[in-house]
Design a protein around this ligand. Structure first.
Ligand code: XMP
Length: 335
């Protein structure tokens, strides 16, 4: 039995008692967990909190602006936006191995964060959006056998920062974190977003990451997400969907959906001319735990509309394909 106002009151008191008058820094990724942690800590200690938002140039369309609007403009949270696109893309140039790319992105993130944290000389605490499943997962590390993907969550920072850890969401499950976020004034659409990997578009551009590819992918992905949100969900619920509330559109009816950039060119025809351009794959899955997943049976009319829009609106893409692989044997992300 969870009473939200009481819970917030107690959590706020606990944070105040813990940090006193100290300053706190938090790496804001724009994801649900770090966002809710930021909102909660800000509720407790206001300007004693500084968030650092590292833009690695591999974010989705308008994501940086959205994060800044939500926190800086609407909630009055102090957020430093670090534009590190050149640094990340520079280090990724020429690298095509997925694990290598994850390592570079994780390493550069820590590097940038450390520099910014170093400037905030009064900070004594590092806040993180660690939630209960993360605690369980890291306790069980090493028992699972082979690592399929290093799953670099760019929120994970090293102890070399010499800061005390503040993790106010440690006891909460994801659905509780979401409810807390809404109660703290975060927009519903933000709190119920699909998960987005820490390395961002870096693992959705197959092979070498280039700005040109990221720009094309951002446009294609935004069209796909927009159409999923705008298409009503009318079929009866499918296994893998939260039975607690019926999805109203195809975005809510899927657990994760995104576009993947394939650095492959194929021939097309547009007007009187021949084109020779890149391919985008669409991926949409339904899952409860992300360990197994089924590909979403999106309506053909929706797929057709997305394909037409991408090919017409994104110069440089002339072919769209739909991924019909389950997990296993495929994974959700392509890298
Ligand atoms: P896979 O592709 O392994 O993905 O089936 C399962 C879930 O994990 C997410 N994912 C990541 N998240 N850093 C993250 O923070 C990563 O490197 C990473 N790789 C995959 C993926 O988006 C899906 O939700």
């Amino acid at each position: 039995d969870w009473n939200m106002p009481d819970y917030i009151g107690e959590a706020v008191e606990k944070i105040r008692a813990q940090v006193g008058t100290d300053e706190v820094i938090l790496g804001l990724s724009g994801g649900v967990d770090s966002s809710v942690a930021a909102a909660l800590i800000h509720r407790a200690i206001g300007d004693q909190l500084t968030c650092v938002f590292v833009d690695h140039g591999l974010l989705r369309k308008d994501e940086g602006k959205m994060v800044m609007d939500m926190f800086s403009k609407n909630l009055g949270v102090r957020v430093l936006r670090i534009d590190a696109e050149d640094q990340f893309l520079g280090h990724l140039a020429g690298v095509s191995d997925p694990e290598q790319k994850r390592k570079i992105i994780g390493r550069e993130f820590v590097e940038v964060f450390q520099v910014e944290a170093g400037k905030l000389t009064n900070a004594k605490w590092l806040a993180q959006g660690t939630i209960y499943p993360d605690v369980i997962e890291s306790a069980g590390k090493g028992k699972k056998g082979q690592t399929i993907k290093s799953h670099h969550n760019v929120g994970g920072l090293p102890e070399t920062l010499n800061l005390k850890l503040l993790e106010p969401l440690r006891e909460l499950f994801k659905d509780e974190v979401r409810k807390l976020g809404v109660a703290l004034g975060l927009p519903h659409g933000m709190v119920y977003r699909h998960p987005f990997p820490g390395p961002g578009l870096g693992v959705r551009i197959l092979g070498e990451v280039k700005k040109e590819f990221a720009d094309l992918l951002r446009e294609a992905d935004a069209i796909f997400i927009e159409e999923l949100r705008n298409t009503p969900f009318e079929l009866p619920p499918v296994a893998g969907i939260d039975a607690g509330k019926a999805p109203v559109n195809w975005y809510e009816a899927t657990s994760q959906a995104f576009a993947v950039f394939l650095p492959v060119k194929s021939v097309g025809v547009m007007g009187d001319g021949r084109t020779y351009e890149y391919v985008v794959a669409l991926r949409a899955v339904q899952t409860l735990d992300f360990m197994t997943a089924q590909w979403a049976h999106l309506p053909h009319s929706l797929l057709g509309k997305v394909s037409n829009r991408i090919i017409n609106e994104v110069r440089g893409i002339n072919r769209v394909v739909y991924d019909i692989s389950g997990k296993p044997p495929a994974t959700i992300e392509w890298e």
